[in-house]
Design a protein around this ligand. Structure first.
Ligand code: PLP
Length: 224
């Protein structure tokens, strides 16, 4: 068994039932994706539009592609009908653009709302207050071709595991507040995407339903 297949097998033994795995293949070649595919993995994550489209062109058509990076509105059109889930909707402007382009393309796009709870200022996303307000004002009702399936977030990039746990807990709290608000009546709002190679066990303890793992499966990325 190759390294990627054995990494995946080991990970699958550790991940509890009911938690889905996105194999984050950004910056890794098609051969690496294929090795994971042949080991049974079908859900992959990419953070750049061109890279996702290029891989999709040549790799097996039953792969479910998740977009997980910062998405510029001028690239939205190219992604329509190409993703199982856009996990990184970080502004209302982007969401409205996705909705407009989805309608134009005659597709329904499934998305997650990205929350910013980490200490780093550079991370994208809605603050918890902004996201709660977006729903409280019922602005989601204007969407015609977009299905909001839940939330995505990242914890602070720190060795302070207490901080990491608090960040994940906050993301989950916001999710529950929205899911359990009967007056909103959200349907199919069931996904909490959080946890990466270094922190996924804590994310799962705090309620993740989807985890996004790259390095632990494929090894270090070569950004050069
Ligand atoms: C790159 C990336 C991951 C995977 O990170 P690893 O540490 O390699 O597991 C997960 N989520 C997002 C949003 C990413 O950009």
């Amino acid at each position: 068994m190759g390294r990627i297949a054995s990494n995946l097998a080991e990970l699958r033994r550790e991940i509890p039932e009911g938690v889905k795995l996105v194999a984050v293949s950004k910056f890794h070649p098609d051969a690496a994706v294929l090795a994971a595919y042949e080991a049974g993995q079908r859900r992959f994550g990419e953070s750049r539009v061109q890279e996702l489209l290029k891989k999709q062109e040549t790799l097996p058509s039953d792969i479910e592609w998740h977009f997980i990076g910062h998405l510029q509105t001028n690239k939205v059109r190219q992604l329509m009908g190409r993703t199982a889930l856009i996990e990184s909707v970080d502004t209302e402007h982007l969401l409205d653009c996705i909705d407009r382009e989805s309608e134009r393309a005659g597709v329904v796009t499934r998305v997650l709302m990205q929350l910013h709870v980490a200490r780093e200022e550079t991370k994208y996303g809605f603050s918890p207050e902004e996201l709660l307000q977006y729903f409280a004002e019922r602005r989601f009702e204007q969407l015609r071709a977009t299905h909001i399936c839940g939330v995505m977030g990242m914890a602070s990039n720190t060795d302070d595991l207490d901080r990491v746990r608090k960040d994940f807990r906050k993301i989950h709290e916001v999710f529950l507040a929205l899911r359990d608000d009967q007056s909103l009546g959200l349907r199919g709002f069931d996904t909490v995407s959080m946890g990466m190679s270094g922190d996924w066990p804590i994310a799962v303890e705090e309620g993740a339903t989807l985890i996004r793992i790259g390095t632990r499966i494929f090894g270090e990325r070569d950004y050069s």
